[in-house]
Design a protein around this ligand. Sequence first.
Ligand code: NI
Length: 174
Amino acid sequence: MAVLPIIVAPDPRLKVVSEPVSVVDDGIRALLDDMLASMYDAVGIGLAAIQVGVNKRIVVIDVVNDKGEQGNPVFLINPEIVWTSDDDRVHEEGCLSLPEHYAEVVRPDEVRVTYLDRDGEAQELHAAGILSTCIQHELDHLEGILFVDHISSMRRNMILRKLKKLKRQNEPVR
Ligand code: NI
């Protein structure tokens, strides 16, 4: 397993629409393991493949339980939301590609999602609460959408400007 570098916004790669996976093979399973290791290393609860520069419709999620523990990862390949509840939920979201920035986002409270698991088997999952929010956030990444695209453009531009400045400061001096 390898810890992969996570792309930080603003970056054109984060705007790419990811491609479906045609076959779930050992290469895909190795990528899932690397993504999970990278997500844990960065102390996150969800990661989309495009965040490590891989243009495939793949997501790993491991939300903390009520004891604040992780260890129950979900692997979603070619996920699709097939139903959303009318009720909404507000959550203060963060993103490994927007480090240190958070904002409240309104999304449907519950979703039903179909996907392939790491064995390539078709699955369906009904999610509520934080898991539902996380699934919707990660599936947005597959469409090139970040959580800041759900907030005011003023706030979004402020966050992206700060991240851009930080990137410039961290660039090696040549
Ligand atoms: Ni994210």
